[in-house]
Design a binder for this molecule. Structure first.
Ligand SMILES: CC(C)(COP(=O)(O)OP(=O)(O)OC[C@H]1O[C@@H](n2cnc3c(N)ncnc32)[C@H](O)[C@@H]1OP(=O)(O)O)[C@@H](O)C(=O)NCCC(=O)NCCS
Length: 173
């Protein structure tokens, strides 16, 4: 793993980067709730989220520059699972960084001295072919779809459900 890539804690000075990333039309199109947010809305959301032990956010950095956000939802230590999501800023997209971001996230999920989970999952829009290709390449399997669950551009789309188990990741070729 190239050490130019890191996941670091979110600080107050990341607020404008996170808002800009969230409000990118391509990111919005791939979110369940595609409304843009304001800086004030972000700040009040972050105040609550930072205290929520079932969620984590990290800034993905490349040579210390903020390049994306890693999202860990519904962290369930009893059943050892969580839901993942991640976005890369437009200026860093299409350059092969996503696999490094996801490797750091999966390492965090499965390491015994970190989240120590057994299963991770995600959902993605059926039209997000770049993301689906990436997740399959990482070793995620499809486990179903939420039919007609995403209303975009005046029509309904499916969301694809994908998951990965720790042994698949640990024993990958
Ligand atoms: C999904 C996302 C994280 C992928 O990151 P990325 O920087 O675009 O992707 P990478 O450059 O690392 O490439 C990942 C794979 O997708 C392919 N890919 C990248 N851009 C592509 C494009 N425009 N068309 C087709 N394939 C593309 C790459 O070739 C690579 O596959 P390979 O390893 O087999 O060659 C990023 O595009 C993103 O944040 N998109 C907007 C928000 C989003 O969709 N988030 C995910 C919601 S589920």
């Amino acid at each position: 793993m190239d050490d130019k890539y890191e996941l670091r804690q979110v600080t107050d000075s990341d607020a404008s980067f996170m808002v800009e990333l969230h409000n990118d039309p391509i990111v919005l199109r791939n979110l369940t709730h595609p409304q843009p947010i304001t800086l004030a809305h972000h700040m009040s959301w972050w105040k609550r989220t930072a205290k929520d032990r079932r969620q984590e956010r990290f800034i993905f950095t490349i040579n210390n520059a903020p390049a994306g956000v890693a999202k860990f939802y519904d962290i369930d230590h009893v059943n050892q699972n969580c839901i993942l999501g991640a976005d890369i800023h437009a200026s860093f997209r299409g350059q092969g960084h996503a696999v490094h971001l996801w490797t750091l996230m999966l390492q965090r999920c499965f390491a015994v001295d970190q989240l120590n989970l057994y299963r991770v999952s995600l959902t993605t829009a059926e039209y997000n072919s770049i993301a689906i290709h990436l997740y399959e390449k990482l070793g995620f399997e499809r486990e179903g779809r939420l039919s007609s669950s995403l209303y975009r551009d005046e029509r309904f789309y499916d969301q694809i459900l994908m998951y990965m188990l720790k042994p698949w990741w640990v024993n990958r070729p």
